[in-house]
Design a protein around this ligand. Structure first.
Ligand code: HEC
Length: 101
């Protein structure tokens, strides 16, 4: 039993990592709540920053800066705390790939 448990935990980790890689809608699904403020696919939000087609590295860094309190914010410092590193990367990649309207 002592040997089986860590193996099971590892298998579960691998399975969830693999599931995230094969789901083509992973970033889009994570990004859905952002549309309330930033507009559909991150653009056309009337006054709020456009996210669509901004460089992925810029977007992920802003999210980390909000999360870590390095960039002052009205709301994003709270929102950014809710996402893990892989989720931040997926969000940034999703918005970078969208066309700004
Ligand atoms: C409740 C409204 C709201 C929601 C929901 C929201 N944002 Fe924001 N976002 C803002 C506001 C307002 C700003 C400007 C900074 C501030 O005052 O917080 C901003 C700024 C940003 C910026 C900086 C853009 C730039 O050009 O520097 C990024 C990146 C960002 N948001 C990403 C996201 C992501 C990703 C989500 C979804 C996980 C999201 N936001 C959800 C309101 C929101």
């Amino acid at each position: 039993m002592k040997r089986i448990l860590p193996a099971l935990a590892l298998a579960a980790l691998c399975a969830s990592a693999a599931a995230q890689q094969v789901d083509p809608n992973y970033g889009r699904n994570l990004a859905a709540p952002c549309a309330v403020c930033h507009g559909t696919n991150g653009s056309n939000a009337g006054g709020l920053p456009n996210l669509a087609s901004q460089p992925s590295g810029y977007l992920s860094q802003q999210l980390r800066d909000f999360r870590d309190g390095k960039r002052p914010a009205t709301i994003m410092h709270q929102i950014a705390k809710g996402y893990s590193e892989p989720e931040i990367e997926a969000l940034a990649a999703f918005f970078a790939a969208q066309k700004a309207k």
